[in-house]
Unconditional design. Structure first.
Length: 544
């Protein structure tokens, strides 16, 4: 008699192998301060404000206007052995000038030449304590002067004009342009610098063509100069340190209770500065916290949620960085993994790995399993902008997909065949299970795309958002449900949440970035895009 089964009960369970939960033991990663050399003295950054000044040299000479943008000297160090003071100049350190020079009756045999100089002077403790007028700390013509110990740096730019312009416009980047000469000096006295002077000067005039043109030739006929100067104390600064207590190689899953970890550790700053601690995976995760009273070792914690932060599956290296207000920083890396179990009604990113680690088989008659198979029915038009259809959609196959190359809605069906007896004569009684008992639907989608333009108009930043999700391009909201803006001055270490404030000074350079989140996820909260980043302000172009 032919055997008919009322139902072969099969439950499809596509599961992942759970990783280890965080250990109770503590594995500490420690970053030592990078400035342990007792011969090196570190100083806090020096901020030079944007400044503009007009100078009238008289009707028979001319006039000039000098402008500098907001500049910064960073990574300032004094080496007690070499007796050199070194530093980095912010990459957008611009000097612009406009000079008008009077014409001279003998100018036919002469050329207009212009020298532009950035000179930095190191000031002794005794000279700084006298609180002298700013002009007293001027850069000397030689290695040192009365109140300036030595010149760590002097950059000189020189230009001669073939024609005789009435107005001379100059724009120089002190950090990147090649100078005519570059003086680097060392300390010829005892003692450690306690102050610094920064001098910007312009000298313009006529030189006779005979004998060549050079900055040290001197001027004939008409010439005049214009100088601006800034003086600042050099404040010693110690770098912060960071240690992590969070174990490496933890596994997070898209399952409640297994989806979170805390990045924990301690930071320390000998100067007791407020410190910013950030944790970042580029284009995946960014979060920060502020830690105060750091002269002692202070605890910090940054939460990570694989579900709430929409972290796709993968192996990740997280950079955890601590920075002080002078942008002196230290960082350490930690690793973890995120796995994604394919679930009913889940949202999966295109080409994102999923976990298919097994099925369970049940037969109410106790028959053994003989074979199994799986079928994917793919609707490629579920989302806008179809990418194509799965090649074997609607066909049975013997293996499970571990990722999906096309967007759309998928229904996966699983069947198993039993074998009542290990006897070929009973082959007709081998039966496949029913689809209805073991089907599951899920959706495959793309990341959204963050896109915006940024322009400076009268000192204000104008941002125009054009972000979209190709899966929802016909929707009024373009499939976007959340925007995350961040900005910072280009030379700063840490990002600030939000859009730049109004009235941004045009001589500053700002980095602005945006990422957006789509609607394809549980409760309409989906995946994050990659960051879109623009630069506005000085030494940049307005990007569209």
């Amino acid at each position: 008699m032919k055997k008919i089964k009322d139902m072969l009960s099969l439950v499809l369970i596509i599961t992942l192998l759970f990783g280890l939960m965080p250990s109770q033991s503590v594995y500490i990663q420690t970053v030592e301060a990078a400035t342990g050399d007792p011969n090196i003295v570190n100083y806090k950054d020096v901020n030079i404000p944007a400044y503009s000044e007009y100078h009238d040299a008289g009707w028979n000479y001319g006039d000039s206007n000098i402008t500098i943008n907001n500049q910064k000297l960073t990574n300032i160090k004094y080496n007690k052995t070499t007796k050199q003071l070194t530093f980095d100049i912010s990459p957008d350190a611009l000097f612009t000038s406009k000079a008008t020079i009077a014409r001279h009756k003998e100018s036919g045999s002469s050329s207009i030449v212009q020298s532009t100089t950035m000179c930095v002077g190191a000031i002794s403790e005794g000279a700084m304590s006298q609180n002298l007028p700013t002009y007293a700390y001027g850069c000397p013509s030689g290695p040192y002067g009365q109140y300036v110990m030595f010149k760590p740096l002097e950059k000189l730019f020189f230009k001669a004009y073939d024609t005789e312009p009435n107005v001379v416009d100059t724009k120089i980047n002190f950090a990147t342009d090649t100078p005519y000469s570059n003086w680097i000096g060392s300390n010829v006295f005892d003692g450690i610098p306690k102050g610094i002077s920064i001098e910007y000067s312009l000298q313009i005039g006529y030189q006779r063509n005979s004998g060549g043109l050079a900055p040290d030739k001197g001027y004939d006929l008409i010439s005049f100069g214009h100088t601006i100067r800034f003086v600042y104390p050099l404040i010693p600064n110690s770098p912060p340190t960071i240690s992590l207590n969070t174990p490496n190689n933890q596994v997070l899953q898209n399952e409640p209770g297994r989806n979170t970890l805390n990045i924990e550790g301690y930071v320390h700053d000998p100067d007791n500065d407020d410190l910013i601690v950030s944790a970042e995976i580029p284009n995946v995760f960014y979060r920060k916290t502020v830690v105060s009273q750091t002269k002692g070792y202070q605890y910090f914690s940054i939460p990570v949620d694989a579900i709430g932060d929409s972290i796709p599956p993968g192996d990740y290296t997280m950079t955890v960085k601590v920075a002080d207000p002078a942008n002196l920083s230290e960082s350490v890396n930690m690793t973890f993994k995120v796995t994604n179990r394919l679930k009913r009604n889940a949202f999966v990113l295109v080409n994102s790995p999923i976990e298919n680690s097994g099925t369970t088989y049940e037969d109410y008659e106790g028959d053994a399993k003989y074979a199994d198979r799986v079928r994917y029915d793919h609707d490629p038009n579920y989302f806008d902008n179809s990418m194509g259809i799965l090649g074997d959609s609607g066909l049975w196959r013997t293996s499970l997909y571990t990722s999906f190359p096309y967007t759309g809605q998928y229904v996966v069906s699983y069947q198993a065949k039993d074998i009542p007896k290990q006897d070929a004569r009973f082959a007709e009684y081998q039966m496949w299970s029913r689809d209805a008992a073991s089907t599951m639907s899920f959706k495959v989608h793309r990341k959204p795309i963050a896109l915006f333009s940024a322009k400076l108009i009268n000192g204000n930043v104008q941002l125009i958002d054009s972000s979209y999700d190709l899966d929802h391009i016909t929707s009024s909201d373009k499939g976007i449900m959340q925007w995350q803006w961040q900005y910072k001055k280009s030379f700063d270490e840490m990002w600030i949440d939000g859009q730049p404030p109004g009235g941004v000074y045009e001589k500053d350079s700002y980095d602005i970035r945006l990422r957006v989140r789509d609607v394809d996820g549980d409760n309409g909260i989906g995946a994050w895009s990659d960051w879109c980043q623009r630069i506005v302000g000085n030494a940049s172009v307005n990007l569209r």
